[in-house]
Design a protein around this ligand. Sequence first.
Ligand SMILES: CC(C)=CCC/C(C)=C/CC/C(C)=C/CC/C(C)=C/[C@@H]1[C@@H](COP(=O)(O)OP(=O)(O)O)[C@]1(C)CC/C=C(\C)CC/C=C(\C)CCC=C(C)C
Length: 596
Amino acid sequence: MGFEYAWVHLKYTIPPAIILSLLYRPFFTRIDAYKVLFLVSIAVIATTPWDSYLIRRKIWTYPPGVIIGPTFLAIPAEELFFFVIQTYNTALLYLVLSKPILHPNYLLGCFPGHQTPFKTIRNTGQFLLAACILVGGNLIRKGGEGTYLGLILVWAGPFALFLWSLSYQFLVALPYTSTALPVLVPTLYLWVVDTIALRRGTWAIESGTKLGIHVWEGLEIEEAVFFLATNILVVFGLVAFDNAMAVLLTFPRLFPQVPILPSPVLLMQALTTGCAKYDLARLDAIKQASRRLQSKSRSFYFASSVFTGRLRIDLIFLYSFCRVADDLVDEASSEGDAREWIIKLTKYLDLAYQSKETWLITEQPDVCSYITKNFPESTQSALRLLPTHILSFGPLYELLEGFKTDLDFHSDNSAKSSRNFPISNQQDLDRYCGRVAGTVGELCLELVFHHSKSPLTISQKENLVREGGRMGVALQLVNIARDIATDAKIGRVYIPKTWLKAQGLQPQDILENPNTSVTERFRESLLKRAFTAYLTSRDAISQLPSDARAPIRVAVESYMEIGRVLMKKGYQVKEGKATVPRLRRLKVAWKALSQG
Ligand SMILES: CC(C)=CCC/C(C)=C/CC/C(C)=C/CC/C(C)=C/[C@@H]1[C@@H](COP(=O)(O)OP(=O)(O)O)[C@]1(C)CC/C=C(\C)CC/C=C(\C)CCC=C(C)C
């Protein structure tokens, strides 16, 4: 009996597991737990008979005095633990690196022209993996020095071939950071650990069944291939799982109900669904919407990565609609054109909500053709995929009312002296914020309620919607405080005229000189109001359904952090959007998620 092998774990495999677990703990969801458990179980089941065979054939051995004692099918307990901890570590690294990824973005439909290169990639992969299996079989048949390598190839090859055949498109499409990196980092690390263990004699590879080739001094080629192959299998398994989840979540028509933890049968069903069945319009809309979110809002793009399932997709669709509507109005070439867009958007909502039978816009030909005829191509999918079957129409019409206030800043004569300033007093400011952002808070909550499994009473929902609206106001006040100078450039002053008058100023003074110490005081007042609203509503977040609580907190906190940055004494507001550095955002999210 000895503790040498146990020491390897204590020193080299358990510490990274602890570090990764602590780092990822707040982000760890039920589906993550399911995924890791699934993978660990498969790893143990698949490796045990193979490993037992190798030990019995004395391909590798454990010198007496290095293991504690208990064995299962001749495999020491420490070795069994290795299957678990290696899978766990690689899986956790994969989860950390994949957190920002929206997996449906990497599903490829059967687009003409796409298929041929992908078939070639699939066939090449299959050919190479099949060749590995054949070479492995040949090495085993010959016996002698190639036996160990042969056994590795024949064991790992079929699993890899199976997973590759199911998920090759997804594997190729995903960024290297969530495929190659989680394979290479643990592999290199385990190569070093293995070198140390072999040198210390913790385990030994018998000489008759190995090639005697070294990757570097002390690292046998077979060991290097073994760790590479096992990490490839873990990552291939996780990618296949995410591929299946992406199919399940992206296509509600194919899979109307998706349990939080789908069974292996359902996962396989998703993986074997041919791309010919994919709803290409929906797939394309998801890609466009998430690109829009990524390019337009760092805060919400970042926050979206902690939402899961269909809620994440619907929030992105909601963002996309709000952004498109806001941009159509804001970027119109004249006030008349902007008002025309509001009329068109109103008509679009009228049509979308007039049918009581089906509220899915994609299933309403009249709404779809109205969109096609009246809106620019780049905006159409955002309008078609707005989840109107879940959202009530009231807040959407209110949002358009809010955009009208923005247009009231315009005047027929564009000279600064004759501009109109619709925010006369605090009430106007509150009403405006309520319309453009309070409504967004309410709409977000409607999506949360729809997708959540935990039931809430009507009065609980009403209370939450009220607080969600107030939180939206808080965020909008931060937005206004940040953008005083940017808004002034386009002739808008959201600081109430009554506040300005109290300082002997008029809105025109802000247009002419938006960066004065007085403006700083207005910024402070706006932020003070923002934080009062935020503090009033913040506790309501803990009454949200448990699966949405932490992500909503992240969305709110990462935006309010802009306000905290602005409040710092001496902070100079730069033009542009990124006011919160990435690391700070990450810390905010980590803290918000840790509150549960
Ligand atoms: C995670 C995720 C994808 C969330 C999507 C949230 C969403 C749908 C936002 C819509 C944004 C939008 C374009 C609205 C049009 C009107 C407007 C401009 C509102 C301002 C948003 C700023 O967005 P922008 O793209 O300009 O962002 P940048 O500053 O450029 O980064 C607003 C400030 C309003 C945002 C308001 C909310 C998201 C509502 C917040 C409230 C909740 C989430 C509910 C909280 C719940 C309780 C119980 C308190």
